[in-house]
Unconditional design. Structure first.
Length: 283
């Protein structure tokens, strides 16, 4: 195996995918990766080096930002293969690399990477399609996937202010998608207590579904939520520097997962954390 294939194999397993087949197909297969499953197997076995354009698809499937520790491990392994030795890597990469904006100590110590290995589950494309089918099904999924207790249709209906019939239908859709399981007659709970789910929103073809979920978020903010905090800066900078900054911003947003809980509490709520940089006026 090559250094790259060893790194890819380790990251795939750390990401919660026990098999190459599951990793490739649950992330959309050729539609997302742009190459066949056989080609992917050759990458993972070290029989072929990846093309540069393959990195974006692989990182999205692994739910890794470019500046994440796992991504940097994979890039370093790839460059070691290309350059042939650690000495060549240090000479060339060390000479041209630039410092990137610092991140919080918690992330620098690998806190989120540990969380990913131990508690995160990647939602499959079919499952994401199921939860985004309508607003009641989506919010029912958020209630149960973020709580370890069992819920009845009436419990869901009371919390979402919807009809028990709509709640029961939503529970059925989510059970069929293998996100929930029945615990007793008339009650359901998550199939993975204590785990946290991530969307496959970066996979190809998922943007329309994510846009639909964004509509659900906006509607819920209007009905039941509201602003919690905001910080804005208007900065003139070069695009290359801002791309480096975005890597740090991605990791800072990821760090919010370290605060996640399934425990009951009077002050707990679902929070939406957004990291966004928009290009305005060119100079």
């Amino acid at each position: 195996m090559s250094a790259f294939s060893e790194a890819l194999l380790a990251l795939r397993r750390e990401g919660g995918y026990p098999s190459a087949y599951r990793f490739y197909h649950s992330n959309g297969g050729r539609r997302h990766f742009g190459f066949t499953y056989v080609h992917y197997l050759r990458l993972e076995k070290g029989a072929k080096a990846p093309r540069a354009e393959a990195f974006g698809a692989i990182l999205k499937a692994l739910r890794l930002a470019p500046a994440a520790d796992g991504a940097r491990r994979m890039f370093r392994a790839y460059l070691l293969d290309v350059l042939g030795s650690p000495e060549a890597y240090e000479l060339i990469v060390g000479s041209v690399s630039k410092s990137v904006p610092s991140v919080s100590p918690t992330l620098a110590e690998g806190g989120f990477d540990r969380l990913k290995r131990e508690r995160l589950i990647h939602m499959g494309i079919e499952q994401f399609t199921a939860i985004s089918r309508d607003e009641t099904t989506y919010w029912t999924s958020e209630l149960l996937l973020n709580d370890d207790g069992s819920w009845s249709p009436k419990d869901v209906a009371d919390r979402l202010e919807c009809s028990p019939k709509a709640a029961a239908e939503a529970l059925g859709h989510l059970t069929k998608a293998k996100l929930l399981r029945a615990t007793s007659p008339g009650r359901w709970k998550t199939r993975h207590p204590g785990k946290f789910w991530t969307f496959p929103g970066r996979s190809k073809g998922m943007e329309p579904l994510l846009d639909r979920v964004r509509v659900y978020w906006d509607a819920m903010v209007e009905r039941r939520g509201g602003p919690f905090g905001e910080r804005l800066e208007l900065v003139r900078a070069s695009s290359s520097v801002m791309r480096q900054y975005m890597n740090a911003l991605h990791r800072a947003v990821d760090e919010a997962n370290l605060a996640a809980t399934h425990a009951k509490g009077e002050d707990t709520a679902l929070f939406l954390i957004e990291g966004r940089v928009r290009r305005l006026l060119p100079f």
